[in-house]
Design a binder for this molecule. Structure first.
Ligand SMILES: NC(=O)c1ccc[n+]([C@@H]2O[C@H](COP(=O)([O-])OP(=O)(O)OC[C@H]3O[C@@H](n4cnc5c(N)ncnc54)[C@H](O)[C@@H]3O)[C@@H](O)[C@H]2O)c1
Length: 343
């Protein structure tokens, strides 16, 4: 079955759908004929941006609410076929400054969603976007799903806890759920206001501004960078797969690239900027896990997904997007990251 046949007419809830990954996913789902509802609280200093859904703004429903809000979530999950749970506190630096907010959004919010499903809709398929950070420092490379999980920062700890909670609902209440551990992802519609998360897109902004890209340390740490269109395809294929429920999958390219190589490539493709080495800040050094690249054998085998976008093409498409729509992304969000309230 192809995508369009599968997704046409499906009722889908995307939490965090105004953010980077969520909006790229929603645009694709609308193109495929799905009925899409977004729930997003526009958390300050994160990627929520109404311009992200400009191409489909008249064809999606947006509910400005919070995944921690029990009454909203009880209502919003009813009748859905699929839930993509992408809402999260994603800022690694904020997660150390304000860890309670991380716990509330990533763990409490996830539990509220799963409880809403338990009471109102056990048939929906849930896909959760966890992070490769759940592994912490790699003890062997590439990292497969059996690698120990020793997360280094609160963001990664709360992602791991959320993943485990979702799997409990899969196992105990038979709510089909798939948990992904996603590597660093880049592409159009990522926030470009600050450098506290989304290093790849930040490097692109520096090059586009004709500045020097700050590369921490000696630039020899290796990472696995995924283009967002490949991730969207992965999210779709995961839902369509009959073998994915109850599983945890790595999502990445499996191709290691050093930060130095990354900066060089971005400067070359962008045609502006340069790069310079700089010391890690204390707050970065504390949560830096070092080298990471994924072993994606499991998802290739069970789901049939593998990425197809080269880094050159991904950078080119990203730069083209921001050249056209810079004014919607370069402005600074006035939020401080500390004004979130407890619900
Ligand atoms: N981008 C990556 O490289 C990457 C890698 C691994 C995992 N992830 C995960 O993917 C998910 C999406 O990340 P992204 O890169 O699109 O980030 P993003 O900041 O662009 O999007 C996150 C969205 O969630 C919303 N949100 C936050 N708290 C919320 C709440 N309590 N209720 C409702 N909405 C809320 C924000 O307003 C924002 O629109 C996150 O869970 C993140 O941890 C991202």
């Amino acid at each position: 079955m192809d995508y369009a046949d599968f997704f046409r007419g499906k009722d889908i809830l995307v939490t965090g759908g105004l953010g980077f990954i969520g909006s790229n996913l929603c645009i694709k789902l609308v193109e495929l004929g799905a009925n899409v509802t977004i729930v997003d609280n526009m958390l300050p200093r994160q990627g929520g941006n109404l311009f992200n859904i400009e191409p489909v703004k008249d064809r999606v429903k947006v509910n400005f609410s919070d995944v921690r809000n029990r009454l909203s979530m009880n209502y919003l999950v009813k009748g859905r076929d699929i839930i993509f749970h992408l809402a999260g506190q994603v800022n690694h630096v904020d997660s150390m400054r304000n860890p309670v907010q991380d716990l509330e959004i990533n763990c409490h919010g996830t539990l509220v969603l799963m409880e809403a499903l338990r009471h109102n809709n056990r048939d929906a398929i849930v896909v959760y976007s966890g992070t490769r950070g759940e592994y912490g420092s790699s003890v062997k490379l590439p990292v497969d799903e059996d690698h120990p999980t020793n997360p280094k920062g609160i963001y990664a700890v709360t992602n791991l806890a959320a993943e485990k909670m979702i799997l409990v609902y899969n196992n105990v209440y038979n709510i089909p759920a798939v948990c992904l551990r996603i590597t660093n992802t880049y592409g159009p519609r990522h926030q470009m206001m600050h450098d506290e998360y989304g290093v790849f897109n930040w490097f692109i902004r520096k090059a586009m501004d004709n500045d020097a890209i700050p590369v921490f340390g000696d630039g020899m740490i290796r990472r696995d960078f995924l283009y967002v269109e490949d991730l969207v395809e992965c999210l779709l294929m995961t839902v369509m797969s009959k073998n994915a429920a109850g599983e945890v999958f790595n999502v990445g390219t499996g191709i290691p690239v050093t930060f130095r190589e990354l900066a060089e490539k971005i400067v070359k493709v962008t045609g502006s900027g340069t790069y310079r080495f700089t010391d890690f800040t204390k707050e970065r050094a504390e949560v830096e896990p070092g080298d990471y690249y994924a072993d994606i054998t499991k998802i290739k085998k069970l789901v049939g997904w593998s990425p197809s976008t080269s880094m050159e093409v991904g950078i080119k498409k990203t730069v083209e997007f921001y050249r056209q729509y810079k004014k919607y992304y370069w402005a600074h969000d006035p939020g401080t990251g500390h004004e979130d309230s407890v619900l």
